[in-house]
Ligand binder design. Sequence first.
Ligand SMILES: Cc1cc2nc3c(=O)[nH]c(=O)nc-3n(C[C@H](O)[C@H](O)[C@H](O)COP(=O)(O)OP(=O)(O)OC[C@H]3O[C@@H](n4cnc5c(N)ncnc54)[C@H](O)[C@@H]3O)c2cc1C
Length: 395
Amino acid sequence: MNYSSAVSIYDAAIVGAGPAGTIAARDLARAGARVAMIDGSHPREKSCGGGVTARALELLGREAPCPDGCAIRSATFETDGNRAHVTISSADALMVFPRASFDAALLRQAVAAGADLVAARARAIDRSDGSWTIDSTSGPLRARWLLGADGPSGIVRKRVFRPFDRDQLSIAAGAFVDGVVSSEVVVRFVDDPRGYLWSFPRPDHLAVGTCAQATETSTAALHHVTDRWLRTYGPAADRPRRRYAWPIPSLSAQALDREKPGGANWMLLGDAAGLVDPITREGIFFAMRSGTLAASALRGHDPARVYAASIRDEVHAELRRATELKAAFFRPRFTRLLIEALNQSAAIRAVMIDLIAGRQAYAGLKRRLLGTLEFGLMMKLVRSQRHRLVEADQA
Ligand SMILES: Cc1cc2nc3c(=O)[nH]c(=O)nc-3n(C[C@H](O)[C@H](O)[C@H](O)COP(=O)(O)OP(=O)(O)OC[C@H]3O[C@@H](n4cnc5c(N)ncnc54)[C@H](O)[C@@H]3O)c2cc1C
């Protein structure tokens, strides 16, 4: 892309200024591009746990401090009747932020780099004469490139590709519980619907929620699971709650293969591209990473092809490994054995902390677990996953 400040249209218009859009805007503006981010929602909280892994914090960089984070020092994993407690000594393995603060820090970075924020909602997208016209609530805007970073239900994906089918989505439903302070994460594996509940501490409230595949549950059922757990969790039991529910892309391997991350002068980023780990539902890192990959591709030759290839080679490859483990991961037999292994082995606890931090990819997981020399525990875990850990390791 040849950046020229003399042109009357933007080099790139990015619809959505969440983690994906702001990182792309930041990196493009730093490279000298004229960039517009279209998003009228800030400042805003987003329905999200706000768990930000070490690998995502690295992409944020040191120059954009976000003051409202809680460093997580311990995690409790539980099922009905089983529980394991894991101490986290590294201060930056996992931070939890209110998304209002985290996304505001990213937005400040992008604007400081020179990107324009158009505080409006995009409502129609048209293409003619080799450029895009984005009609928003503050008027039309033209750009050579269109980047869709507007979440799982966004307008760009529908315009350039197709909406997600229901079987490619999870639902997460829960509540922000005000006035509860903690430094502990709780993860509870749930059998019905198959998924998990999380409690993430923020400076003055907890973000609690339950997620499961959309075709296997309903928002009401997930709220029921969250509410039932909150009644048993002492510090939260009588506190005021603000409820939320929101879809999360959770693609199968086949659905990933059908994805198209980029085409003629357009790219899809983050949730709009379905880039979420289908087991953990971690999406912030993948959104930010897609932003850096998009900006990098736009600096070179044949950007859409290069971007699509890098998403497939790097991000889809990792998400595909997660899809291979997913079916067996939430089986009661596996989660019970996992908790047993966490209770018995410091080495396996260390692997779990690296998984939480995003420092241990699914590739190499089996090799690393076997390297703990906890053969008895490991063989039980591997057998309960049948061949899936092996397949993920070889992929
Ligand atoms: C309940 C829940 C809990 C989660 N917990 C975690 C977690 O703990 N850790 C983690 O890593 N991931 C988590 N995720 C996933 C994570 O929230 C997403 O993957 C991540 O926010 C994706 O970033 P994004 O920039 O692609 O999209 P988003 O963060 O959704 O940002 C999209 C932006 O686009 C804007 N927008 C949408 N439509 C338009 C339009 N027409 N015009 C202008 N702007 C528009 C929106 O206002 C928004 O600001 C969770 C998701 C949910 C639902």
